[in-house]
Write a protein that binds this ligand. Structure first.
Ligand SMILES: CC(=O)N[C@H]1[C@@H](OP(=O)(O)OP(=O)(O)OC[C@H]2O[C@@H](n3ccc(=O)[nH]c3=O)[C@H](O)[C@@H]2O)O[C@H](CO)[C@@H](O)[C@@H]1O
Length: 358
């Protein structure tokens, strides 16, 4: 008999894809086939096809839930409508036993179609407050998993469980030596990793590059700067290694890293926590988002895992002062992280998802 199929969905940014990447092999170990519904243009298309070329990827039309004015706001409802019809056709053909949604705008029509077709829909929310896409999809969901316990007051309690974070197991298995080979650092300075979320952050990129001479007196720097953000003038710098976006190299680079400066996307910060990397978080401001990263960052700071510098406060002086403080309190931060609840494995998460299949 053919294996039962679970459809995964989620996209737009890597934060809406990485958990799916983590649980695909684990669902397969549990005997499920996995298919993916994403958009044509989103990062999920590249990430899923790249890491799992063998699974069927269905690209559907998808709108974008914008917080700003755009002419596309008038045409997107039609694309979402088309996406719903496409998702429904796929679901009726594939007959999945469950749909697991990691959020992002492409997931909304998939969750709606799942409900219409009578397939259990399971949603995962990794930030403190649900994103707009998940807010729209929650009424169609049978179950919601959250990472933060604080999220339980923002979702229907009777159909929600807080599971804590899940980490891609490959991230735990890196080697500092391989990381060093990738970066060619040949001194014993501490290594500072800069990550502006999956897309890079112009604000953080500028702060690092403006302070590069001072920073490199103390650190070797790994800079994950986002697509299109490489600074050609700094190529070949002995203590500064920039990448647009890394995939399998990330585990090695993280094992080489001592300290991190980062946006406060949920997946990233829980990865740093799992690997006990003291972090300076510069959350995306309320001008540019619903403020979810500010809440994520503040909760991490309150637990002693991170320091926070607000985006509006970033300048050359405050940035360097914050890094000095991070170095000074490195041991305390590591100690607090050592006492934190360990993350779930992807296999444990896959089993929780599987338990909701029909
Ligand atoms: C601008 C935006 O909408 N940001 C949101 C998005 O962030 P974003 O997509 O940046 O999400 P996260 O920080 O949660 O996750 C990024 C993921 O990309 C990985 N990574 C990053 C860089 C790299 O070179 N290689 C790599 O693999 C990280 O290890 C991590 O697993 O989703 C998060 C989770 O819902 C939210 O908290 C963020 O507010």
């Amino acid at each position: 008999m053919e294996n039962k199929t679970i459809i995964l969905t989620g996209g737009g940014t890597a934060g809406h894809v990485s958990l799916n990447q983590a649980i695909i092999p684990e669902l397969e170990k549990l005997g499920f086939r996995v298919e993916y519904i994403g958009s044509k243009e989103g990062i999920e298309n590249e990430l899923i096809r790249d890491s799992y070329p063998e699974i069927t990827y269905h690209a559907i039309s998808s709108g974008k839930l914008r917080r700003y004015f755009s002419m596309k706001n008038f045409t997107d409802p039609f694309r979402v409508g088309a996406g719903l019809t496409q998702a429904l056709n796929i679901i009726r053909k594939v007959k999945p036993v469950a749909i697991f949604s990691k959020g992002g705008f492409v997931s909304v029509p998939v969750a709606m179609a799942g409900r219409l077709a009578g397939v259990p829909v399971i949603i995962h929310e990794s930030d403190v407050t649900p994103g707009l896409a998940n807010k729209l999809a929650i009424p169609f969901a049978d179950h919601i998993f959250t990472v933060f316990k604080e999220t339980m007051s923002h979702v229907p309690k009777e159909k929600s469980t807080c599971t804590g974070s899940v980490i891609r197991s490959e991230l735990l298995d890196g080697s500092a030596a391989s990381g060093r080979e990738l970066c060619h650092f040949d001194n014993t300075h501490k290594v500072l990793m800069i990550m502006g979320g999956s897309q890079g952050s112009a604000l953080i990129n500028d702060a690092v590059r403006e302070n590069l001479d001072t920073l490199t007196k103390q650190f070797n720097i790994i800079h994950l700067c986002g697509k299109g953000n490489i600074d050609e003038r700094l190529e070949g710098h002995e203590q500064y290694c920039q990448f647009e976006y890394v995939t399998h190299e990330l585990s090695h680079l993280l094992h080489l890293t001592d300290l991190v400066v980062s946006r406060a996307g949920s997946n990233s910060i829980f990865e740093f926590l799992a690997l006990k990397k003291p972090m300076l978080l510069i959350p995306l401001s309320k001008q540019k988002s619903r403020g979810d990263q500010i809440l994520n960052a503040n909760l991490f700071e309150a637990q002693g895992f991170a320091h926070v510098l607000e985006e509006e406060q970033v300048n050359a002086k405050s940035f360097m002062a914050a890094i000095e403080r991070l170095v000074a309190e490195e041991e305390q931060l590591i100690q607090a992280m050592t006492e934190a609840e360990p993350p779930k494995t992807a296999y444990e998460m896959a089993k929780l998802v599987a338990a909701h299949a029909k």
